[in-house]
Structure formats: C-alpha cells, structure tokens
Design a binder for this molecule. Sequence first.
Ligand code: ATR
Length: 303
Amino acid sequence: MASSERQGGIHLPSVNGKTRILGVFGFPVEHSLSPAMHNAAIAALGFNYLYIPFSVLPEDIGPAIRSIVSLGIIGVNLTIPHKERVLPFLDRIAPEALAVGAVNTVHNDKGQLVGYNTDGEGFAGPLKALCYELAGKRAVVMGAGGAARSVVFRLVRENAAVTLVNRTLSRANRLAEEARSAVAGAQVDCLSFTDLAGLREALAGAELLVNTTSVGMSPHDNDMPPIPPESLHPALLVYDLIYSPRETRLLAVARAAGCKTLNGVGMLVYQGAAAFEIWTSQRPPIDVMQAAVERQLAAAGNQ
Ligand code: ATR
C-alpha cells in the first residue's frame, strides 16, 4: 500500500493496523535526513512501513533499544550519540560492527536484536557505482575519529593501502594499530598535518583522498583541512564525507585542480540502502532515496 493517500484535499499517511515501524534513535535527531530518505523508498516500493525519528537521551539508550522488541519495531538506525553506547544492549553484533566498535543499524530478528554497521558499505557504494576499484589503490584518509574508523577498516579490507593523517597523531596511530590487528596484511601508516613534506609525498603517490573530519562542514563552509592545495592532482579522486554544503571548499579546490570529486550524499544514501535491505530483504531504489536527500538539503538552504 502506498504510504500516503489523498483524503478531503490533504495527504494522510496510510497507517493501519498492519503498518510496521522503522526509525532512527538520535539526540539530537531533528536534522536527520533518514526519515525522508527511507519513507521515500517505502512509498516507491508500496510497502506498509513507516520510518519515524525518535529523540532518545544518551542515558535512555538501554531501555529504548530493548523497547524495540516489546513494541515489535522492525529495526532502527542509530546516530549521535548512540553508535558506540548501544553495543552492550544487543543480542548479537555483526563482525564489521564489532571490529569498528560502532553500530548504526539494529534489526529485530524474531526478538533477537542484531547490530550492524553499514557505514563501510555506505562509503564503498558510491565508488562501486563509479566502477572505482579499491584493490591496490593508495588512499590518504584525513581524520581518525568515528567516521574514519568505518572508512579505514573498509579500505584495508578491500586491499587499499592507507596513509592516515590526523591533527592528533596518537589517535591515528591507535586506529592504524587496530586496523592492522583486525585485518591481516593491512597497510596503514600515519602522519600529522604538520608533516608537510610527508603529506606532499603521500598525496603525490595517492589515487584517493578522503576527508572524514568535520572541517568545512556548514556553517564553517570556508574552512578546509590543512593540506597543501598544490598537492592535489588530476589522478586523485577526492571524496569528502560532508554533505552540507554539498560542495565543500576542499571539493571546490579539488575540482579546480582537475580532480574527480564525490560528496557525502552518496555515502548517506548507500548506508541507508544497506540498512533498508537488512530490515526488509529488499534492495531499495537508490535514485529515489538520493532525490529525497537532495530535496531535504535544498529545503534546508544547502543548494
Ligand atoms: P566523527 O565521529 O564525525 O569522525 P570525531 O570522532 O569527533 O567525529 O572525529 C573528528 C575528526 O575530525 C578527528 O580526526 C579530529 O581530529 P583530532 O583527532 O585531532 O581531534 C578531526 N578534526 C576536527 N576538527 C579539526 C580541525 N579543526 N583540524 C583538523 N582536524 C580536525
């Protein structure tokens, strides 16, 4: 059944006794693009599901997550600040989520709560769509926080060599060590942003540059990560996980240098599509989800 119907001149969601619930737990959750993205996919497929944002305080994640079973909710996404805190409350955790130490998708599998992390698949999805092969590539990844973890684990698993660049070198070293012990043969080395010579050399030999830091995110649109702009070259694909603004200063500079560029909209859509498939066993329409995200961003003034 379609997810909305016209009645007396207004659109009503087609909620009935058989409607199944999906959602996102976050705090804050008001700016999440996931409800629009998932409800668009639900409508396109004609499923009787509804995807709802739940504002869950950090200290309430335990009871909230267990309520999924008692309320018969099919599954939820998790966003800030729940991705790491949720682990003790789950019955099972998929290997990638366990390795990364964070869960962004929970599935109620016949009363068992299973945690997944689809961020790595979200990161790889737009590259696969471009037929961009990661194996054997050299990637420079900026940042060593939560977002970097999924990216680095996926890159080394796909046999790409990684140079991790972070403001705090010790944090990069820790992540590199974890990636090396999780994936046999993982090639990861680390640099600080202050090592300009090292950074120039790494960028000259790289095919992929990924920004996982928040530098350049709205409202700080004029900022860019501290790399030498003259080191950007046309053989480099520059992938910024930020989607607001859709073209960060880093991407604008990269485009001017002749690089191919990707923003974070694709990663958002592909991580959502992977979650949707876990919950429903159905691959959702990527183009519909992407259009819904673009509409939301445009409505929020991020043209
Ligand atoms: P997320 O989960 O979004 O990755 P995070 O865990 O707070 O967020 O990590 C943010 C990343 O952006 C870190 O790598 C951080 O560098 P530090 O480890 O040195 O803190 C990086 N970052 C944030 N602001 C930065 C800035 N102004 N310059 C350089 N790096 C910055």
